[in-house]
Design a protein around this ligand. Structure first.
Ligand SMILES: *Cc1c(COP(=O)(O)O)cnc(C)c1O
Length: 377
């Protein structure tokens, strides 16, 4: 008998999701009006500690909408990490602007602040730090540079809902922030996203562009070219139910990370565990290890070996300049981003994992890298 498959991610819908979605169906409020949209936005803003939360239909449109509202134009440049999900750079490209890649720093995998300042040109308009895999970026030096060089900041917080930087929640650390509620994120609405800000004028622009650019005072009068990026009431119903249990969802991820940490401690020559800086509260969207110098086989072979035992895992992101649309941005290369993209593995990270599941993952991983003999699982 083959062992029970262990997925890398799994949505957990054990709150009032069904009740709220049923209310949408029975009331017929299934499109982009209805009580759940406003309630979800209000609760979300409160959770992040900001004045405004503007819901949208996914995390990529959240990024695009933020950049449109900040008036990003062709010819402008935006600093983005070389090591992140492709949506971060694509949103800049959608505006006709140019993403300028910034090297990663090897501990937290977030952008390297020293390289950030070196990449600023007279065309640079802003910075998109990403809180990668759930660990916040080091925002103080980033904010210091942005202030001194007159740049805006949009946090890409898609992977880090609930994470804290020096005690303060992500989503409230800059001009504006974006979130994703894709099925594998910290909380989900199926597909969905959110933009947060404390700036009233920016919030008004975000709402304007989210809904076809229609003048809020005059129906079917469109002073600008907008988009239809609205969230549905059905998605917001799921989101509100998820958010009501966000502390539970976050606690489960901490439990899983602690269980991995305990089982993988002391094996750094083979498996390097994720770092949480002392100023950070990591939410472990994905528990991400990198292979150490003495790992017996390469990263893809490890993923293969895990799959053979019914365990799904994922490679870390390819560095942006490795992919065809952004190959022209390679410059002299980004050795840290390249290394993280070549040696990283996202292990299963979700609330349904039992201690036994985590034992199984760690045993298979240790066997694959040749670390099994060192320490009983
Ligand atoms: C998931 C994700 C996005 C995009 O979100 P979607 O909802 O999938 O469009 C953007 N940036 C990062 C870093 C992500 O992980």
């Amino acid at each position: 008998m083959s062992p029970k498959p262990i997925p890398v991610a799994a949505p957990v819908l054990d709150g009032r999701e069904l009740e709220y979605v049923t209310e949408c169906l029975t009331s017929t409020w299934i499109s982009s009006s209805g009580r759940f949209i406003g309630e979800f936005e209000e609760r979300f803003a409160e959770f992040c500690g900001v004045k405004h939360a503007i819901s949208v239909n996914n995390g990529t449109t959240a990024l695009h909408l933020a950049l449109v509202a900040l008036d990003l134009k062709p010819g402008d440049e935006v600093l983005v990490p070389a090591f992140t999900y492709i949506a971060t750079a694509n949103a800049v490209t959608y505006c006709g602007a140019t993403p300028v890649l910034v090297e990663a720093e090897p501990r937290t995998m977030n952008l390297d602040v020293a390289d950030l300042e070196a990449k600023i040109t007279p065309r640079t308009k802003g910075i998109i730090p990403v809180h990668l895999y759930g660990h916040p970026a080091d925002m103080d030096p980033i904010r210091e540079i942005a202030e001194r060089r007159h740049l805006w900041i949009v946090e890409d917080a898609a992977e880090a809902l609930g994470a804290r930087y020096k005690g303060v929640r992500v989503g409230s650390l800059s001009d504006c922030a974006t979130f994703s509620f894709f099925g594998n994120k910290i909380i989900t609405t199926g597909e969905g996203g959110m933009v947060t800000t404390d700036d009233d004028a920016l919030a008004a622009r975000l709402k304007l562009y989210r809904s076809q650019g229609m003048d809020p005072e005059r129906r079917y009068w469109h002073p600008v070219v907008g988009y239809n990026y609205r969230m549905t009431n059905v998605a917001a119903a799921i989101g509100l139910a998820q958010l009501e249990r966000v502390d539970h969802h976050l606690a489960e991820r901490r439990r899983v990370a602690a269980a991995y940490d305990a089982r993988l401690a002391g094996l750094e020559r083979f498996i390097v565990r994720p770092v949480a800086e002392n100023w950070a509260e990591h939410v472990y969207w994905m528990y991400t290890v990198t292979l150490g110098q003495e790992a017996a086989i390469g990263r893809d072979a490890v993923i293969h070996a895990l799959a053979a035992e019914g365990i799904e895992s994922r490679p870390t992101f390819h560095p942006m300049h490795a992919m065809p649309p952004y190959a022209h941005l390679a410059g002299a290369g980004f050795p840290v981003a390249e290394d993280l993209g070549a040696r990283g593995i996202n292990l299963p990270t979700h609330a349904l994992l039992t201690g036994e599941d985590i034992d199984r993952v760690c045993r298979a991983l240790k066997r694959a890298v040749g670390a099994e003999a060192l320490r009983p699982a």
